[in-house]
Write a protein that binds this ligand. Structure first.
Ligand SMILES: [Zn+2]
Length: 148
């Protein structure tokens, strides 16, 4: 399981829509199973069918994460015209068994689909994505008014 706050999921969808027709990509860092921060990275391939991180940006994320005591939990990329599952190329290039691979499909632009996978030696296993409450975005908690 990986826990991704709702505002980060929205952030990934927004980035992916902004970068159409190309694939968008980035990294999710956090602690344990919980994602704390999203980093949008430049897809230096500028392609609708594959992506590569900008190595300099990737290094910057690593450095900042290390400083904060976070780890890279997942990388993500979008599939502008195909389903939310790893392509053959995604599987072939998935060389890190400790990271979670997240794919956002914009095949149906009005209903983006986001899925997470672990990929080990070419074997793909889907991982559950759990949402977490975004306390920073909460207004009044409706229940708190009744508790006296
Ligand atoms: Zn892909």
């Amino acid at each position: 399981m990986i826990v991704i706050p709702q505002h980060i999921i929205f952030g990934i969808i927004e980035q992916a829509k902004n970068e159409l027709p190309n694939e968008a990509c980035g990294l999710l860092v956090g602690k344990g199973m919980e994602v704390i921060k999203q980093y949008s990275l430049t897809n230096v391939d500028h392609s609708p069918e594959h992506f590569s991180f900008d190595p300099k940006e990737q290094f910057g994320v690593l450095r900042e994460a290390r400083k904060e005591g976070w780890e890279i939990l997942a990388n993500y990329h979008s599939h502008p015209e195909s389903p939310a599952r790893p392509s053959e190329e995604d599987i072939r290039l998935a060389f890190d068994p400790n990271i979670i691979y997240i794919i956002l499909s914009l095949q149906d632009k009005d209903n983006p689909v986001i899925k997470a996978f672990s990929i080990q030696n070419g074997k793909v296993v889907e991982i559950v994505i759990a949402g977490s409450l975004d306390f920073c975005h909460c207004g009044l908690d409706p229940q708190s008014q009744d508790v006296r």
